[in-house]
Write a protein that binds this ligand. Structure first.
Ligand code: AMP
Ligand code: MN
Ligand code: MN
Ligand code: MN
Length: 279
């Protein structure tokens, strides 16, 4: 099973978080790719949604207001996508603001780590290219490459930024259950993002899905560009077992990651109930 072009892509990033395309450029790219139903799912922010709304409707694209929220489950960072959230809901806005504050403090701490390693000025360089001056790890990676410290972003993650590397700072993300509740209370569908990417054993992955389900989560991201055919089938089976909907998304961040393309992902297995039915 290979990635195929789909008209539906429910996992996409813009320059409002760590994507390379502006919200407007992302819509233009979606038109080019023949995507007619998309969700923008930036990390811990919905800032791209207003800019995209008018442009999407002019181009006959259905836009789902989305977000990808960082959470914690058993000391593991887990991402939860919220689809169809009410971006004006005051509590939801407060929760996202708190997430950005956590990100700001983490970024400052990462900058200090790098200074102690003798690498100066990386926080400032990363903040200069980041939305709201709050750099995510990919902005640090770009700054490390720009400073000539690393040859590419992959090396920056491998040497400094990945889990347990010297500039990695553990963050007090909220519990998985809380994040699912925030999304549900904002009228959204909570989706367990890219379950195949957490490097969990199948037993532990099953437990994660169970916990997600118990917290009120409704959907698994089954068809993800980086999931193997085996993983897609395994997750489809978990959807059936737990009565969950299935989502599909590329997790596209921009043209420089050539192996991930907008609108391209494995097809959803036929046993799955697609989440688009409830959006
Ligand atoms: P953050 O949310 O600041 O922790 O950054 C996480 C983001 O960094 C992910 O959403 C990916 O876009 C990117 N990322 C994570 N791990 C890697 C890696 N090993 N190589 C390149 N990019 C990565
Ligand atoms: Mn990202
Ligand atoms: Mn993610
Ligand atoms: Mn993502």
């Amino acid at each position: 099973m290979q990635n195929v072009a789909s008209e539906v892509d429910f996992h996409l990033h813009t320059t409002a978080s760590d994507g390379e395309l502006t919200p407007t450029e992302l819509v233009e790219a979606a038109v080019q790719a023949g995507v007619t139903w998309l969700a923008v799912t930036d990390h811990d922010t919905v800032a791209a949604v207003p800019e995209m709304q008018a442009l999407c409707s002019r181009n006959g694209i259905t836009l789902v207001a989305g977000v990808e929220i960082s959470s914690r489950w058993q000391s593991q960072d887990i991402h939860v996508v919220g689809l169809g959230v009410d971006i004006g809901q005051p509590h939801f806005k407060d929760h996202l603001a708190a997430q950005m504050q956590r990100r700001r403090l983490r970024a400052l701490a990462m900058g200090e780590r790098l200074e102690k390693l003798g690498i100066q000025g990386v926080f400032q360089a990363a903040a200069a290219i980041a939305p709201q001056g709050i750099p995510a790890r990919p902005h640090f990676a770009q700054a490390l490459v720009g400073a000539g410290v690393c040859k590419d972003r992959k090396q920056a993650f491998q040497r400094y930024l990945a889990v347990a590397k010297p500039a990695y700072v553990k963050t007090d993300w909220p519990e998985l259950e809380q994040v699912v509740n925030w999304i549900s209370a904002a009228g959204g569908v909570a989706v367990l993002a890219h379950p195949g990417r957490y490097k969990l054993t199948r037993t532990k992955l099953g437990r994660l899905v169970e916990a997600f389900c118990a917290a009120g989560g409704q959907c698994l991201e089954v068809a993800v560009a980086t999931h193997s055919p085996d993983m897609v089938q395994y997750l489809a089976g978990l959807c059936v077992k737990f009565g969950l909907y299935a989502s599909q998304g590329s997790d596209y961040h921009g043209p420089s990651m050539r192996w991930v393309q907008l609108g391209k992902m494995p097809p959803l297995p036929s046993c799955c109930r697609p989440v688009r039915d409830i959006l």
